[in-house]
Design a protein. Structure first.
Length: 114
């Protein structure tokens, strides 16, 4: 399974960005998809996940500001980010869980200026 992320960039605080991540390759049964992020000098942290059935989980730091969604027909997961803060600056990595195996995208940089 290959994951291709896109949509990162530079935005001012209070702005919005939408990340996308499309899975391709040998896809049989993807369960969870989602996003992690890693800021410079910090550990990678979970941002949001969504199951194939649509159940979602969010990190407390992004609740109410970020929305995760997915299109199962396109094997694509999205992260709509609003009210962005400088502390949201990080490299965002998408992932997918297929039959217990985790796959990762290449990461996309999100930079929020104050």
């Amino acid at each position: 399974v290959q994951l291709q992320a896109s949509g990162g960039g530079l935005v001012q605080a209070g702005g919005s960005l939408r990340l996308s991540c499309a899975a391709s390759g040998s896809i049989y049964s993807i369960n969870a998809m989602g996003w992690y992020r890693q800021a410079p000098g910090k550990r990678r942290e979970l941002v949001a996940t969504i199951t194939s059935g649509g159940s979602t989980k969010y990190a407390d730091s992004v609740k109410g500001r970020f929305t995760i969604s997915r299109d199962n027909a396109k094997n694509t997961v999205y992260l709509q980010m609003s009210s962005l803060k400088p502390e949201d600056t990080a490299v965002y990595y998408c992932f997918s869980d297929q039959l217990g195996e985790n796959y990762w995208g290449q990461g996309t940089q999100v930079t929020v200026s104050s």
